[in-house]
Design a protein. Structure first.
Length: 209
């Protein structure tokens, strides 16, 4: 049922926002080597073979931790003319509360209870008719305290962070493993509408083309 719903969503989105992939281009079309459901060139994505421009709105669910109103907010994003919603998944919650959200301590990863259940968002996005860009962190910035890091990582025991220190890797790996496990179920072509996943933010210099 979920796969059929997602397929209907993608078909509708492509009919509105997609154009034929046979458009002439001087730029090569790239793939990640795992699927051809999402490809890209210099100008845009190709979603299931059709050129698709991403018009995205932001949705910070951890700033609005009330799942009962998420559908309404996503519908407003869709009504505003967007075809995609961008979601930050973050280790900690800001907006006045500097407290661990998905990972309140170094032995807990919670993506199941209440507003921590991000599967709800992916299912709603498919029902509403939105592609999803998931920015899973562990660093997200988003004007959050410590850039979205769980605050227990800041005590020095995990190194200077955002590098290859094995202590840092051991800290984020359980969290990000769970993010990937969930996201894999909602990828385009696998019953969902996730078209992009960003692993971290502003780690490398920006390249302007």
């Amino acid at each position: 049922m979920r796969s059929l719903l997602a397929l209907c969503c993608v078909s509708t989105l492509l009919s509105v926002f997609g154009t034929a992939s046979t458009l002439s281009t001087n730029w090569p079309v790239h793939t990640d080597g795992f699927t051809d459901a999402v490809e890209w060139d210099h100008y845009s994505l190709f979603v299931i073979g059709r050129r698709t421009f991403v018009w995205s709105g932001e949705f910070h669910y951890w700033r609005i931790p009330v799942p009962e109103i998420w559908r309404d907010l996503l519908e407003k994003i869709k009504a505003g003319g967007f075809n995609t919603v961008s979601i930050y998944s973050t280790n900690s919650i800001s907006a006045g509360r500097n407290w661990a959200f998905h990972a309140p301590n170094n032995s807990t990863v919670d993506f199941e209870t209440g507003a921590r259940n991000i599967s709800i968002i992916f299912e709603l996005a498919a029902e509403v008719g939105l592609f999803v860009t998931l920015r899973g962190g562990p660093y997200v910035n988003a004007e959050t305290t410590a850039g979205g890091f769980a605050l227990w990582t800041l005590n020095g025991e995990y190194g200077t962070l955002r590098n290859n220190d094995p202590r840092y890797t051991a800290a984020w790996e359980p969290y990000f493993t769970r993010v990937n496990e969930i996201a894999s179920q909602y990828q385009l072509g696998k019953g969902g509408t996730i078209v992009r996943l960003v692993s971290t933010l502003t780690l490398f210099p920006t390249l302007t083309l």
